[in-house]
Design a protein around this ligand. Structure first.
Ligand code: HEC
Length: 211
């Protein structure tokens, strides 16, 4: 009997400790696997206000039917707020917006990129997306990216080494090499993101990334 009540207490304590504390912590970030249209409201009749790209780090805020309201943090270059990137000065593209969507952005801390002196602003975006494919970690997305890179980027030359180039150099290379693969745009974005997150400056990118 004593043993049983001790057991019951242990189980109760374990349940108490494992209860999630949503009230204090913001919802965890998931990563978008694919490209989706972004809307200002959960409504099909309204035109999209932009798109979110593969690897965009999203926090779910609320749900309505198939629609999910999400928040995303990133960085924008002062004067060019329609593109949201992963880190200041590192152009890993996470969102492309219409000019009307720029009015909905929330800006905070600003820093100067030491390499270029460009001003970058921490930026939060909120909006609605429909039935997104979200993954708990970037590794789940690389499972699809790695074979694409290995197979489609070796048709004409040897496999290039991701960390021989910076993330921004991969942006330029993919402008030329992406279309040469003949793959749909979404797959070209996926290969680009994979190479950028494994680039020479991947450490800097990881440090600036949202947890
Ligand atoms: C249809 C053929 C073809 C495919 C497919 C192709 N490449 Fe290339 N790539 C070339 C050629 C040709 C060059 C030589 C330079 C040039 O013509 O731009 C090259 C050069 C490069 C370079 C070196 C550029 C430099 O200046 O050092 C990189 C990096 C590269 N490719 C990456 C890739 C990646 C990544 C993919 C897949 C997304 C890819 N390539 C797919 C033909 C191709």
């Amino acid at each position: 009997m004593r043993y049983l009540s001790h057991l019951a207490m242990t189980v109760t304590l374990a349940l108490f400790l494992s209860t999630p504390t949503h009230a204090q912590n913001p919802p965890a970030v998931s990563y978008l696997d694919g490209t989706v249209a972004l809307s200002a409201a959960p409504d099909h009749s309204m035109p999209p206000i932009g798109k979110l790209l593969v690897t965009a780090p999203l926090r779910p805020l609320s749900r309505e039917g198939d629609w999910l309201r999400v928040s995303m943090q990133g960085w924008t270059q002062a004067g060019a707020e329609r593109a949201i990137y992963a880190a200041p000065g590192i152009r890993v593209l996470h969102a492309v917006l219409s000019s009307s969507a720029v009015e909905m952005l929330v800006f905070s801390e600003q820093i100067a990129d030491p390499d270029t002196a460009q001003l970058w602003t921490k930026t939060e975006l909120q909006g609605w997306i429909k039935t997104p494919d979200l993954k708990p970690s970037l590794r789940d997305i690389w499972a699809r990216a790695e074979p694409l890179f290995a197979q489609r980027c070796t048709a004409c030359h040897q496999r290039r080494i991701p960390h021989h180039y910076t993330a921004n150099q991969w942006t330029s290379h993919l402008k030329v090499m992406g279309p040469r693969t003949g793959l749909p745009k979404d797959d070209q974005f996926l290969i680009r993101a994979y190479l950028q997150y494994h680039a020479k400056d991947a450490d800097r990118l990881a440090r600036a990334a949202v947890q």
